[in-house]
Design a protein around this ligand. Structure first.
Ligand SMILES: *[C@@H]1O[C@H](CO)[C@@H](O)[C@H](O)[C@H]1NC(C)=O
Ligand SMILES: *[C@@H]1O[C@H](CO)[C@@H](O)[C@H](O)[C@H]1NC(C)=O
Ligand SMILES: *[C@@H]1O[C@H](CO)[C@@H](O)[C@H](O)[C@H]1NC(C)=O
Ligand SMILES: *[C@@H]1O[C@H](CO)[C@@H](O)[C@H](O)[C@H]1NC(C)=O
Ligand SMILES: *[C@@H]1O[C@H](CO)[C@@H](O)[C@H](O)[C@H]1NC(C)=O
Ligand SMILES: *[C@@H]1O[C@H](CO)[C@@H](O)[C@H](O)[C@H]1NC(C)=O
Length: 333
């Protein structure tokens, strides 16, 4: 008798155990079916599968909060259905080489989004200005795509942004003046990566006011002065402006010393001397000032916390300058 009761009740029990909200389930199935190879690549995403076993759901509301798909050969454009997962905090579409088309405007429906990562895909078109409507977003990673056009200045109005990575695209134009108004809510500072694009023009002076935790504009064609980005009060740990067209006097520059781990100024037209104040950068691990127009004595001795006494960076950190001298290059005359 009790066995019979069990069999009668078990379908009820399994139904009650399903956490997935029907709207989220519909959106996920629609997402899958919008790709021609979706049914083939996502065979386990079926109507009878609880979507909260595939994706993270909120403990109390049971709404899907994290949609992450990586290393997938799904072929097609980003379906609008993704934006029907209205409670998403994290959206990650990463390493999807056959993901094409533009970033859809429907994403602006994701009012709770905190992290948007569409990286290593073949999405094209521009970096959409409408992303500035995602007022809760902390991180935007659109690196390694096929995006072109200008960087929208409206991104600077995102009140909570602490990380923006637009590297490895085909972006043109200059860094928007408005980026100087980005105020990081994180005391550590802002992480900005715009490397490997085709950006031109000068870095807006306004960026000198921003505290960057990480700053990388390497491999563009930026020009002019970048000295306002330095300074002892900055918390920058990683600073890379290599392979551009910067031309400024390094002599008066004070380096951000406390937390600087990596400094790459190589392949520019930077002139003047390297201040001995750089020796205060006691956690520096990587230094490259090669291929510039620097002169004067190479600062030493280093007193690096994580290196043996007497350590110095090897000559490839300094080669191809106008007249740098002293160890590890030839002695100064
Ligand atoms: C974009 O597509 C090209 C050609 O199909 C492919 O070689 C490349 O790896 C793709 N890019 C990414 C980031 O997956
Ligand atoms: C990148 O986008 C352009 C159009 O903007 C297109 O012609 C090209 O085929 C795309 N490249 C890849 C690898 O998809
Ligand atoms: C550097 O970071 C510390 C905390 O990590 C913070 O208190 C300080 O304000 C930061 N400096 C700047 C210039 O923002
Ligand atoms: C980079 O910009 C300079 C002007 O600042 C220009 O003369 C040069 O042709 C540009 N180089 C490339 C590769 O676009
Ligand atoms: C750089 O140092 C290496 C040894 O570490 C040496 O073989 C090389 O000749 C040096 N190059 C120059 C240009 O001083
Ligand atoms: C510095 O950059 C130059 C030019 O890209 C490179 O040849 C050299 O190996 C680099 N040195 C270090 C220490 O990274």
């Amino acid at each position: 008798m009790s066995l019979l009761l069990f069999f009668l009740l078990s379908p009820v029990i399994s139904l009650a155990a399903e956490r997935c909200h029907p709207d989220d389930k519909a959106a996920i199935l629609k997402f899958k079916n919008s790709f021609s190879n979706g049914p083939q690549l996502l065979p386990s995403w079926t109507p009878d599968r609880d979507c909260c076993t595939i994706f993270d759901c909120d403990e109390t509301t049971n709404r899907v909060t994290d949609f992450s798909l990586t290393y997938s050969n799904l072929a097609g454009t980003i379906p609008d259905a993704i934006a029907d997962l209205t409670y998403l905090k994290t959206l990650r579409l990463h390493k999807m080489p056959f993901l094409i088309g533009e970033i859809p405007q429907s994403l602006t429906k994701l009012k709770y989004l905190r992290s948007l990562d569409i990286s290593w895909t073949n999405v094209s078109g521009d970096v959409p200005p409408f992303l500035s409507q995602l007022k809760n977003v902390l991180f935007i990673d659109l690196s390694f795509n096929n995006l072109s056009g200008l960087i929208p200045s409206s991104l600077a109005t995102l009140p909570n942004l602490i990380g923006l990575d637009l590297s490895r695209n085909r972006l043109t134009g200059s860094i928007p003046e408005s980026f100087g108004h980005l105020v990081s809510q994180d005391p550590q500072g802002l992480s900005l990566s715009l490397s490997h694009n085709m950006l031109t023009g000068e870095i807006p002076a306004s960026l000198g006011k921003t505290n960057f935790y990480r700053f990388d504009v390497s491999r563009n064609n930026l020009s002019g002065d970048a000295s306002m980005l330095f300074g002892t009060s900055k918390n920058t740990t990683s600073f890379d402006i290599s392979r551009n067209n910067f031309e400024f006097d390094l002599s008066p520059v004070s380096f951000m010393t406390g937390e600087l781990v990596a400094l790459d100024l190589s392949h520019n037209k930077i002139y003047g001397k390297i201040s001995f104040q750089i020796l205060d950068a006691f956690v520096l691990q990587f230094l490259n000032v090669s291929y510039n127009r620097l002169c004067g004595k190479i600062p030493s001795p280093w007193k690096l916390r994580y290196r043996a006494e007497g350590f110095e960076f090897d000559n490839s950190s300094y080669l191809h300058n106008r007249c740098l001298c002293g160890s590890p290059l030839a002695p100064c005359k």
